[in-house]
Ligand binder design. Sequence first.
Ligand SMILES: *Cc1c(COP(=O)(O)O)cnc(C)c1O
Length: 231
Amino acid sequence: MLIEKLELVRTRITQACNQAHRDPKTITLLAVSKFHSSTAIKELTNAGQSDFGENYVQELVHKQAELAEFNLRWHFIGPLQSNKCKEVARCADTLHSLDRIKLIEPLARYRPAHLPPLKICLQMNIDDEESKAGIKDWKTLVDTAESVLQHEQLTLCGLMTIPKATHTREEQRKPFAQLRYWRNELEAKLNLSLPVLSMGMSADLEAAIQEGATIVRVGTDIFGARPQKNT
Ligand SMILES: *Cc1c(COP(=O)(O)O)cnc(C)c1O
């Protein structure tokens, strides 16, 4: 059942790639497992899924330990507080939601020496929504990127966004095109390659792929509706 849903999402990715004349191998499907059990994650590993995304630090720590034998890549995609940087630095392969300079020093300090550098995407608030996290302006983006580059324990990979929900494909594409624009500007400014665009979820992954997504983050369409958080 879970595997069938995973296959459906893989098919959507392939079809979107065909339409956009892109190679499906250039897209990583991140299965967003927040609120879902380690058992469900284990089931997906049988179908070759190895990238999983979590929004809450406690869940990340718990599942990473429980599933250590499976050699999975964990992505932290939720809001991060400075007192939780240590856990993310220890458990994650990639942090998608860096939006404040304050977090950078503790992330670098706590990244264990035996692990490769923590991959970093900077989160942009494209729609300028008050309620959402993310960097809103060019200067903050450049300052934050330059600060990440000062730490060899961190690797700056690209940008991430969570746009507000819209309904037509055309509307969905706009914020994704905007994120790609910021990425291109930042590459030019810093004179380095930032290959990752983390954008697109269950409802809009096709639009994101059309605009150049390299990581799509899919929860609902793989795992079904999320159970209520019981804390
Ligand atoms: C929950 C979440 C997702 C997955 O969203 P779905 O609509 O369930 O696919 C993707 N990205 C982030 C940052 C999330 O918090």
